[in-house]
Write a protein that binds this ligand. Structure first.
Ligand SMILES: Nc1nc2c(ncn2[C@@H]2O[C@H](COP(=O)(O)OP(=O)(O)O)[C@@H](O)[C@H]2O)c(=O)[nH]1
Ligand SMILES: [Mg+2]
Length: 218
């Protein structure tokens, strides 16, 4: 999980990971928080809740790429540190990954999401970015910006991830759906706890530009 000043939500996010059920599945796991330089108590609280905390430069994408290098497991599951993603779905997603012999699963937050979980403008932005992702790359994604993925770590060797910012979310999906066995699964999304880190217009515009760039460089 990438984190940036999430002291209000980090503990309940970590506690929402269904550790018992993962152990019952025979899985050994580590919880890694990649901190982008929080100046609040995020790192200490994350450690006290049982996570390992590693530091990286600031940026959602840079933090994820640092975390991917660090992670030792065969399977990686991702989510924000803001209590918005349904961690309780991780065992089910790992089951689907293994049973259907997939490489990458992305979640569609809109399947079960209540309207007030996401601001109208953000829903609109998500729709526009997903539309362009599908037009440019020929996929039938429903949520190109979801931050909850479950995938085999080995596929990272066949990827070239470059994004430092929010665009990493679409970049990893574009490469997963192009080169690996990938699937999108219905999911839920809660209103985030704590202050929004997303810069709606700036990040949205960056993502749009980066989509065209990714298409040109394909
Ligand atoms: N937007 C943003 N999020 C960051 C950054 N660094 C770490 N994060 C974390 O990445 C997650 C995404 O941020 P968030 O505000 O929830 O954006 P959203 O979920 O895309 O609406 C949160 O867990 C943040 O703490 C950053 O530079 N920008
Ligand atoms: Mg979030």
């Amino acid at each position: 999980m990438p984190s940036l000043n999430e002291e209000e939500s980090i503990v309940r996010t970590i506690e929402s990971i269904p550790s018992g059920r993962l152990r019952d599945m025979g899985l050994d796991f580590e919880i890694v928080v990649v901190d982008g330089g929080s100046c609040d108590r995020t790192a200490d609280l994350a450690r006290s809740a049982g996570a390992e905390v590693i530091n990286s430069g600031r940026g959602y994408g840079l933090q994820y790429r640092t975390g991917f290098d660090y992670a030792r497991g065969e399977i990686i599951a991702t989510a924000d540190s803001d209590y918005s993603y349904p961690m309780e779905q991780i065992p089910e997603l790992i089951g689907i990954l293994l049973n259907e012999d997939l490489d990458f699963i992305s979640t569609n937050r809109f399947t079960f999401m209540k309207k007030d979980s996401m601001a109208r403008m953000n829903r609109f932005g998500n729709r526009v970015l997903t539309f362009f992702t599908n037009i440019l790359f020929g996929y039938g994604l429903k949520d190109s910006q979801s931050g909850m993925w479950v995938f085999r770590k080995s596929i990272l060797e066949g990827m070239k991830l470059t994004g430092n910012g929010m665009s990493l979310s679409q970049e990893i999906k574009i490469q997963a759906f192009q080169n690996f066995r990938a699937k999108e699964i219905g999911s839920d999304y809660r209103k985030r706890v704590g202050k929004v880190k997303l810069r709606k217009f700036a990040d949205g515009f960056d993502n749009l530009v980066s989509l065209f760039r990714l298409r040109l460089n394909r």
